[in-house]
Write a protein that binds this ligand. Sequence first.
Ligand SMILES: Cc1cc2nc3c(=O)[nH]c(=O)nc-3n(C[C@H](O)[C@H](O)[C@H](O)COP(=O)(O)OP(=O)(O)OC[C@H]3O[C@@H](n4cnc5c(N)ncnc54)[C@H](O)[C@@H]3O)c2cc1C
Length: 365
Amino acid sequence: MESFDVVIVGAGPAGVAAAYLCHRSGLSYIMLEQGKTVFQGIASTYPEGKNVYPSKPKDNPEPFLVEELRPPDKPVAVEKYIQYVQHFVQHENLNVQTEVSFEDIKDTRDHLVVRTSKGDFNARKVVLAFGSNIPRELTVYGDAKMVATSLDDPRKYVGVRTLVIGGGNTAADVIISILKAKREAQDTQPVYWSHVAEKFDVNKETAQRLGEEILLGGNIRLLPGAIPRIGEVDEEGVDRLVIRINEFRQPDGIEIYHAMSFPMKSVIACIGYQGPLPIFDKIGVQTIACAEGVCTVAKEGDRLILLTAEYESTRKGVYVIGGAISPSFMKICGGSIQEEKHPNLIYTAINDAAHVVDSIRKKLA
Ligand SMILES: Cc1cc2nc3c(=O)[nH]c(=O)nc-3n(C[C@H](O)[C@H](O)[C@H](O)COP(=O)(O)OP(=O)(O)OC[C@H]3O[C@@H](n4cnc5c(N)ncnc54)[C@H](O)[C@@H]3O)c2cc1C
């Protein structure tokens, strides 16, 4: 198993800044990213052509602590900023492994072990920088982990009957990309579009683009009111998702239904994002619920992660930074605990990384 001073999870602004600073300080490190490329989180959540601003919270005197990653003063389109950062990562030869999904952290006597979809990594310290947008996974009887939650390459679905789950703009955008790839390859196989509700809900602009693809020959079959039910492995070892496309409940309790079973590799679920709380619970870091009148940013009952002033969680050696702790967290400071504002900005993500790597460097010296 490979061992590092620091294992960094996520290659957004926080992760890339942390990796760069580890690199500059001579710490051994690896940055693990679940997407196809560095800055996948930004690539998947910003609308096409959106300008990126070097925004700074008003009351913060600190400059950007990693000037190299600061978005330019004259705003540029997100695609340009991403391209610049990807060149930077390449040029600095930062140690990044993509398409690796973080799963858990285990303790051994002298190491932390970071469990991922591609095996385990030993770490002296772990920096969690996975942002605030964790794709929701399907909850079905059985296991649906093989179902994709985003579209990396639409050409993968050419020649394949594909199922896209989810009733909003993200699902519609995925379908538009697949229909376009199919049209270019003269593939007439349909894309099935399912949603648990009876009504799909997309904005006008997305609906127009989808309509255009359909008029250009896109083969799309709508499955409103369809419910994903079971994740299973068939006798040939193929992971499958069974989705009920309609059901008729009989008065005596019997259910008659039609269902379709798709190989999971032909399914994409775009059912929205959730915050990182389930991950915090899974790895056993402490969170605190806001009591009445205690928090100003969070609402009563919201659970916030508990961190030291150096962003270390209640699990020793595990730090959490960036969007994952926005818009506020509970800070342990001089024996008291207080809600600390933490705006979700590239600035905060980068500066958190600088403070954490500095603290780790001193501890490991
Ligand atoms: C539409 C939009 C516009 C914005 N515009 C601006 C702006 O103009 N200026 C500004 O300062 N801020 C802006 N923001 C906010 C800014 O993008 C975030 O504050 C910033 O991206 C947070 O950085 P991060 O590294 O913490 O998280 P992210 O950028 O979310 O990066 C986290 C990375 O971790 C990866 N990851 C997630 N889970 C796992 C896992 N289990 N295993 C491995 N990897 C994982 C993700 O794929 C992702 O690449 C905008 C946000 C949005 C949504």
